[in-house]
Design a protein around this ligand. Structure first.
Ligand SMILES: [Zn+2]
Length: 305
């Protein structure tokens, strides 16, 4: 299913946009976020419940978030430089990749080809390559994309997956860590993910769950409401978006590290973290979670010849 959702990024002035998930025009105001240089408004779709930035800031303004300052620390908000926490990124990557490898193997799929959306400095892809994966990334931030190419020798597309020119059915995993909340046109990217995956291929994304106690308590001061985060997913809206994009077996889990061993490795790499906090992060009641971290996995239907 490929419903056309209208372009959701105004070219010049902040403008009311249709819902980036379902295309509906009716939204109700949720929060006015004022603690950044450029205040913005967050609204909830009346039809599908998607929490998102609306009116949306102009395209030039969004693009400006991903310059060198975004990683270097000079921007209003900047990305935690993964070069300073490379060990943690590798442990988390190994945990996720191990789970995907087992799922693919159970389906009789031996191929290991991954494209990472928002591949940043390339640590995840380098870790995947060490495990035998054929790897490529999509990264619109030039500073980190060129680092990944020069330091790790990776193949990085300077484009959204929808514009990267990957052949259909050419990868076994499409993944992204804290990137789906940045997508101006998420349905376009999810359709592209479905398109480039081979039958039986897996999509795996992590983001924050807005149906979390953290968001409920903090409201407009919730930490995840920050410049560049244009879609605030819940387990329910992310599940709906992926199903609408053709995916099956869509599963959402709270927290990240699944096994205790992976958690202990992560704790060693991070130098902090308690077992109690790890367990609490994984608590959920229906789609509501205590902590905001969630991981969604989904599968493209079909079998390999
Ligand atoms: Zn909607």
């Amino acid at each position: 299913m490929r419903d056309a959702v209208p372009d959701a990024v105004p070219a010049a002035e902040p403008a009311a946009i249709p819902c980036p998930l379902c295309g509906a025009a009716d939204v109700r105001a949720a929060y006015r976020v004022t603690r950044w240089k450029t205040p913005f408004d967050v609204a909830r779709c009346v039809s599908c419940d998607l929490l998102h930035v609306n009116p949306r800031l102009p395209r030039e303004h969004l693009d400006a978030y991903y310059d060198a300052a975004y990683y270097g620390g000079g921007a209003d908000w900047h990305y935690a430089d993964e070069r300073k926490r490379e060990a943690q990124v590798r442990v988390r990557a190994a945990g996720r990749l191990g789970r995907v490898e087992r799922t693919l193997a159970a389906a009789g799929i031996g191929a290991r080809r991954v494209v990472e959306l928002g591949s940043a400095f390339g640590v995840f892809l380098d870790e995947a390559r060490r495990r035998g994966w054929d790897v490529q990334g999509c990264e619109i931030a030039e500073a980190s994309a060129s680092h990944a190419e020069e330091v790790f020798g990776l193949r990085i597309h300077r484009a959204d997956l929808a514009d990267a020119g990957l052949p259909p059915a050419s990868v076994d995993l499409v993944t992204g860590s804290e990137v789906v909340e940045h997508l101006a046109q998420p349905m376009r990217t999810f359709a592209a993910a479905h398109h480039v995956l081979a039958p039986g291929g897996i999509a795996l994304f992590s983001t924050a769950n807005e149906r979390s106690v953290a968001r409920l308590l903090r409201g407009g001061d919730w930490g995840y409401l920050m410049p560049g985060h244009v879609v605030l997913w819940s387990a329910a809206t992310l599940r709906a978006a992926l199903r609408r994009s053709g995916f099956i077996d869509v599963r959402v889990t709270a927290g990240d590290e699944r096994g205790l061993r992976n958690f202990l490795e992560f704790r060693r790499a991070a130098g902090s973290g308690s077992r109690a906090a790890w367990l609490l992060r994984r608590l959920r009641v229906g789609d509501w979670t205590l902590g905001a971290g969630m991981v969604v996995t989904a599968r493209k239907a079909g079998a390999r010849p």
